[in-house]
Design a protein around this ligand. Structure first.
Ligand SMILES: Cc1ncc(COP(=O)(O)O)c(C=O)c1O
Length: 407
């Protein structure tokens, strides 16, 4: 039973999300809903640009507010955060800026990684003669023992998703970071699915890099993201691209070049900043993070994961296969329905799962099909009624179709 004040906090939070009135919205893993506060901030920004041309100093100040909020959300220093446009950009910046030697290697588990965290490594292998040590997933998870047996003295980077986009289990980040430290390797995390939903403390987790985009758990826009790089790691990195934002300027103004040949990189991860920022994306996420922070990331994680647990239990009880079992200890905010990981990114050839997906959509349940699963993903604007409705729709579907054994 939730304490009354906690229940009230989440009720108030939900009221700020118009989308919850139109949908049972279980699609945060694709993109989260926007709050009224975010919408108002966006309208204000656009109106100001339309009516007055906009104010560049203010726009830059909002980019810095966003950077500050990203940093405090993950327990980082503000100079450890670069403003990027998405996860892919952050991963590429990290990957290509390290001082690689031919024969170094990276360990990755492509079976459960998003393409954003696969192709950059194979590209790097072609460019720099490094080796990609690809290990296969076990039961939809990063296999810790196999990974430990794969790391060697030439491993520079181990990379994983904090929670995979499908089937959606948590990676054991603390164990992985210990393993990496013991081998003098860096741990780079694709946190697209987690920041904003799960409490994330980069010091506590011991990660060296973290790439995030704002449209999912952070409840902001596409085209905005950030890259965290531990300060000591950033200082040995040479960015592939450089801009006036990524160097230490002779004077405060962005156009003050000084002796251009003598430029030095900006502090820490700021060296990865490239040109003008996605200011409207910064405005959106500055607002959404302040709303998330008012509730608190630990509270959100606890609330959302317990909703996901209720959902997993309910779905299993109606007889549908919850991947990993209803009691999976490493479930976060994603419940994947189906028995096996499929090949298609956003399709399933299983008729029962297609039928279930259609039944959910017909009943206004927003969700996605990923890697052959019906994927339901929750956030702090969901509530127990949402969960119970999805379970009831699934029960009706099972009763009417009577073909569940083939799912
Ligand atoms: C784990 C994961 N990484 C990365 C992405 C997206 O990468 P990008 O922000 O570069 O488009 C997604 C989803 O779109 C994802 O689920």
């Amino acid at each position: 039973m939730m304490a009354t004040s906690t229940a009230q906090t989440f009720r108030t939070f939900r009221e700020q999300y118009q989308g919850t009135k139109n949908w049972v919205y279980m699609d945060a893993s694709a993109r989260g809903l926007l709050s009224n506060g975010v919408r108002d901030a966006l309208v204000q920004y656009v109106d100001h640009r339309a009516n007055n041309g906009g104010d560049k100093d203010w726009m830059f100040s909002m980019a810095e507010v966003a950077r500050q909020r990203f940093a405090s959300l993950i327990g980082a220093d503000v100079d450890e955060v670069s403003l990027t446009k998405n996860v892919t950009e952050g991963i590429n910046a990290f990957a290509f800026s390290l001082p690689w030697c031919e024969g170094d290697n990276v360990v990755v588990c492509p079976d459960i990684e998003h393409p954003a965290n696969i192709f950059p490594w194979y590209h790097l292998a072609r460019q720099k003669g490094i080796e990609v040590k690809a290990i296969s997933a076990e039961d939809g998870r990063v296999p810790l023992e196999k990974l430990a047996g794969t790391i060697d003295h030439r491993t520079r980077v181990v990379t994983v998703s904090a929670v995979s986009f499908a089937p959606g289990f948590r990676a054991p980040l603390r164990e992985l970071s210990k393993l990496c430290r013991a081998h003098n390797a860096l741990l780079l995390v694709d946190a697209a699915q987690t920041v904003g939903v799960l409490h994330t403390d980069v010091e506590d987790l011991g990660v060296d890099g973290l790439a995030v985009a704002t449209q999912k758990g952070l409840l902001g826009l596409y085209g905005m993201g950030f890259l965290y790089v531990r300060k000591a790691v950033a200082e040995i990195m040479k960015p592939v691209y450089i801009s006036r934002m990524g160097i230490q300027l002779a004077e405060a103004h962005e156009a003050a070049v000084g002796d251009p040949a003598a430029f030095t990189f900006a502090k820490g991860a700021r060296r990865f900043d490239l040109g003008n920022f996605n200011f409207i994306g910064a405005v959106a996420v500055a607002q959404s993070i302040s709303e998330l922070a008012a509730v608190g990331s630990l509270n959100i994680e606890q609330y959302v994961t317990s909703l996901a647990q209720r959902l997993a239990t309910g779905i299993a009880e109606v007889g549908l296969p919850v991947f990993g079992g209803a009691e999976a200890k490493d479930r976060a905010h994603i419940v994947s329905i189906g028995s096996a990981i499929g090949d298609g990114h956003d399709s399933t050839d299983n008729a029962v799962l297609s039928g279930l997906s259609a039944a959910l959509l017909n009943n206004n349940v927003r969700h996605t099909i990923r890697r052959g699963f019906v994927r339901l993903s929750l956030h702090a604007y969901n509530n127990e009624d949402d969960v119970d409705q999805v379970v009831a729709i699934s029960r009706d579907f099972v009763r009417s179709s009577k073909v569940v054994e083939r799912a």
